[in-house]
Write a protein that binds this ligand. Structure first.
Ligand code: MEZ
Length: 548
């Protein structure tokens, strides 16, 4: 039995016919000038109508996705008088906002730096671990082999980011990477190894060396399993189902904690903190330009919004990462991540006629643009019964190249996911289309995770500068570890060195922001942060992939 309708089976037959010839051929990598032209014409970032300038605040006049600017220019949730700031519900050393990888790593290293666990508080909107970090599949980059080096990793990441990354952040990323892998191993992370015990390494898009380390296709879950256990074992306090709705500022203009809202009761909690780490993740659930997303439900840009009101500078917000291979069939899986490891193991992207049209491991933005061109300009796509367009990933090639059982062995979660819908990816290809995956930019940080606002640190996807205009595969798991560690240590050090909020806690910055919005005549954008996406409306139900 096949999970595909007859209308798609005809194209699968063409894929099967061309497979033997294609096995020995790989589509050539694009010369840079052609890649640039492809991006200009087909990558969603280059569509001017997808962006508008920000009207107020530190990034005034910078262009960013319309969906994000709407939130940055929305009214704060809290109006004057809503919260009594003289009643402090929790008083902590370091407040960590967010519950994913960056938050957990920051907490662990704050303790390592010398802070007692009970001086910390992780406050998170969903459950501890509900995050993109948990859902990451393909792996983590680190230059640990004798034929690789941090410098080589630097060149790949800097080139992949179109040379717009902050070099000092890329340097920290690549130089800390081998130590991060050693730390993981010491905690008990089970990375894939070969029979002799050597760690397995794979290529990713845009990498010049094999430096991707994975745990099958659930690397993110394996990492979070170990990190979250560690946080629980040492007793780091966690408040779940509370979301930060505004940062608090003290008399010196330093960030001094946050106001949290209970997502069920809507009651506010005032947390005073001597240092605050923002680790709230990205903005995938804004469905920028109508794209489906790989992201978890909490990825609604809350951290960007509250940091921006507090005066933090953002950067590279004009660039969004669309992962080339989101599932496009069956409909229940649309937008779900199909890890790059599938291409790294040999599955070729193909059009309706079973023809290759792009090198399988171009950097993500180039690869995604090529898929969009194939579907919307050349019209050599495959169409599903409900009108979604996509291209094939010829997964049976993996078994031909690596032997029978290679898919179940290396892509266990994905194999199970498709089997549930009657699709056997060991014998039939899978349909894919780009899906919104990552926020390339964010709150600008320095190598210690410091933002432009005193007392506020940022780490993980909410931060900006590390990846420039395009992140390479495997650098996000690395990023949250490197900068979670750096931010956690620096925040703890500030507290240990005596940092303390001075004077009254205040939300005046948010009220001033609201007044400025009014003066600029910006009204009607609702309130932010969003906290959770609303999928009840007609618009959400009719979201489709035929976005062009
Ligand atoms: O870094 C990522 O985004 C990643 C490893 C994704 C994937 O394709 O698995």
């Amino acid at each position: 039995m096949s999970g595909y309708p007859d209308s798609m089976l005809a194209s699968i037959a063409e894929v099967e016919r061309s497979r033997a010839t294609r096995l020995g051929e790989t589509f050539p990598k694009l010369p840079q000038a052609d890649a640039d032209a492809l991006l200009q014409r087909h990558h969603p970032d280059y569509r001017p109508e997808g962006k508008r300038p920000i009207s107020i605040g530190p990034n005034r006049d910078d262009r960013a996705p319309v969906e994000l600017v709407d939130l940055l220019e929305a009214r704060p949730r809290i109006a004057a008088g809503d919260v009594d700031l003289t009643v402090v519900d929790r008083d902590v050393g370091v407040l960590i906002l967010g519950g994913g990888g960056a938050a957990t790593v920051a907490a662990l290293w704050a303790v390592e730096e010398g802070l007692a666990p009970e001086e910390l508080l992780i406050a998170t909107k969903l459950r501890h671990g509900d995050s993109n970090s948990m859902m990451a599949q393909g792996g983590i980059q680190a230059a640990v082999s004798p034929t690789d080096s941090p410098s080589q990793h630097f060149l790949d990441a800097f080139g992949g980011g179109h040379f717009t990354n902050k070099p000092e952040l890329v340097r920290a990323l690549v130089e800390d990477a081998p130590g991060i892998l050693r730390w993981h191993e010491s905690l008990g992370v089970l990375y894939d190894r070969d029979a002799s015990g050597e760690m397995l390494r794979k290529h990713g898009g845009g990498t010049s060396r094999m430096r991707m380390h994975s745990a099958k296709d659930y690397t993110g879950m394996e990492l979070m399993r170990v990190l979250r256990d560690e946080a629980r074992n040492i007793g780091i306090p966690v408040l779940e189902f509370v979301s930060a709705v505004e940062l608090l500022i003290d008399a010196d203009g330093r960030v001094a904690g946050a106001v949290l809202v209970d997502v069920e009761t809507e009651r506010y909690t005032v947390v005073r903190a001597r240092a605050t780490v923002l680790a709230t993740g990205g903005f995938g659930r804004l469905h920028i330009q109508g794209f489906a997303t790989t992201n978890h439900y909490g990825a609604t840009a809350d951290g960007l919004v509250i940091a921006y009101r507090a005066g933090a500078r953002l950067r590279d917000m004009d660039s969004v990462q669309y992962h080339p291979t989101g599932a496009a069939y069956p409909e229940q899986l649309v937008g779900q991540l199909i890890t790059e490891k599938v291409r790294a193991m040999g599955a070729q992207p193909l059009n309706r006629h079973g023809e290759q049209f792009v090198y399988p491991l171009e950097p993500r933005d180039v690869e995604a643009a090529a898929f969009i061109r194939e579907c919307y300009e050349r019209e050599k796509h495959i169409e599903t019964l409900t009108g979604f367009r996509g291209v094939w990933l010829d997964t049976p090639m993996i078994e031909t190249i690596h032997g029978k059982g290679a898919i179940e062995q290396n892509l266990a979660a994905m194999y199970r996911m498709f089997t549930r819908f009657g699709i056997d990816m060991t014998t039939q290809p899978i349909l894919v289309f780009p899906t919104l995956h990552y926020q390339n930019g964010g709150v600008e940080i320095d190598p210690h995770g410091r933002t432009s606002v005193p007392g506020l640190y940022a780490a993980g996807e909410v931060s900006g500068g590390i990846h420039g205009k395009n992140r390479l595969m495997g650098n996000s798991l690395l990023d949250y570890n490197v900068f979670g560690r750096r931010a956690g240590r620096a925040a703890a050090r500030e507290v240990l060195d005596g940092a303390c909020p001075r004077g009254d806690l205040s939300l005046d910055h948010a009220y001033r922001f609201a007044a400025e919005l009014q003066r600029a005549g910006i009204d009607g954008n609702g309130v932010s942060p969003m906290l959770l996406p609303d999928y009840r409306g007609k618009e959400a139900l009719s979201r489709r992939l035929d976005i062009f």
